[in-house]
Write a protein that binds this ligand. Structure first.
Ligand SMILES: NC(=O)c1ccc[n+]([C@@H]2O[C@H](COP(=O)([O-])OP(=O)(O)OC[C@H]3O[C@@H](n4cnc5c(N)ncnc54)[C@H](O)[C@@H]3O)[C@@H](O)[C@H]2O)c1
Length: 321
């Protein structure tokens, strides 16, 4: 029995695959390297229970061929669907990027699952499905859900397509709504952006927006722990879970200061205008993780501890000291 991981060469998949192999799964990872890389999976290549194929999952015929080429690994029984566009500026410039990489990859994943008889799906969704609900506590059943970015819209559309597929043929469909996730191998995100800016200019760090944006951050190790715990303990056929720390998060201003202290002490912080870093940025949100906690999960790090650990990890990844 094989576990299929889409977006398998990306940031979060790397930690997930390590854990899946560690528990004895055979893993087939698929990725087109639009953001992930061969380096991210180098540690798994040669592992008896690991196979990888480079494929664009928005191309159904290519997707089908990649899965059938690895039929010798045994039937796929479980799918972790993590492929998506994580290049936010690309999605703002052209919403078709999110349509293709975030929604069509989900649609095709469901098509393939039905064809091969795989019935358990675990989906990497996002807090972006909630849109901007101000200070309201974001519980999983709050509404209406009006996303304010194409990315959020395509994640919500993906959840809707999965819900319909659950009615038709899935035995298990768990939707994990992630906060901001940090750690390595970083492929995108505010910490990597700051680190690369400081590598280019050690004197000034330009921050998008006025720095008051405040978000919850979770270390990737805690995120993967939480997903595996929900997989083991949830008895639902179709359900959504917010995953996040229990605090309200850290401001971008504080993250900038923490990054400068490690990567370029003394650099000047310069801020932009307004409380949004980009179109579709949700400036702050209050995430309820009560449902997740009711299953017995607690994060090992709060947002600030996760940020501090990830800054050190990304500084090492980017060779910045
Ligand atoms: N990192 C976060 O803070 C965060 C927050 C919320 C949700 N998520 C979701 O978690 C999942 C993993 O995110 P990540 O941070 O590891 O990002 P990532 O970009 O590192 O991983 C996504 C992977 O999908 C691949 N991919 C994209 N389009 C593809 C396509 N058409 N065909 C094949 N592969 C394709 C990319 O190459 C990449 O390796 C994504 O679905 C993302 O939307 C992440």
């Amino acid at each position: 029995m094989t576990t299929l991981v889409t977006g398998g060469a990306g940031f979060i998949s790397t930690t997930l695959i390590g854990r899946l192999l560690g528990r004895g799964d055979k893993v087939l990872a698929l990725d087109n390297f639009s953001r992930g890389s061969r380096d991210n999976i180098a540690g798994f290549i040669g592992h008896d229970h690991f196979a990888f194929a480079q494929v664009d999952l928005s191309d159904l015929i290519a997707f089908r061929a990649a899965v059938s080429a690895h039929g010798g690994m045994g039937p796929v029984t479980e799918v972790w669907h993590l492929a998506a566009n994580s290049d936010i500026p690309a999605g703002i410039a052209d919403a078709r990027v999110d349509l293709r990489d975030t929604f069509v990859t989900t649609f095709n994943t469901l098509e393939i699952m039905q064809e091969i008889g795989a019935k358990r799906l675990y989906f990497a969704s996002s807090s972006a499905v909630y849109g901007d609900l101000g200070d309201k506590l974001l519980t999983e059943d709050i509404g209406p859900l009006f996303p304010i970015s194409a990315y959020g819209a395509m994640k919500l559309a993906s959840e809707a397509a999965i819900s319909a597929a659950a009615e038709k043929f899935l035995d298990v469909a768990l939707l994990f709504r992630f906060p901001n996730v940090v750690g390595v191998p970083a492929t995108h995100g505010v910490l990597l952006d700051f680190m690369r800016r400081l590598r280019q200019d050690r004197c000034v760090l330009q921050v998008l927006g006025d720095g008051t944006q405040q978000k919850a951050y979770l270390h990737v190790s805690d995120l993967v722990d939480a997903m595996l715990l929900v997989q083991a303990r949830s008895t639902a056929r179709l359900d959504a879970f917010n995953i996040g720390p229990t605090d309200l998060g850290v401001t971008v201003r504080a993250i900038a200061a923490e990054t400068v202290a490690v990567a370029a002490p003394g650099a000047e912080l310069r801020f932009g205008q307004g409380n949004k870093g980009w179109i579709g940025d949700v400036p702050r949100f209050a995430y309820s993780t009560a449902k997740l906690q009711a299953l017995g999960w607690r994060p090992s790090m709060d947002s600030l501890t996760a940020i501090r650990r990830a800054i050190r990890e990304i500084a090492a990844q980017e060779c910045v000291t």
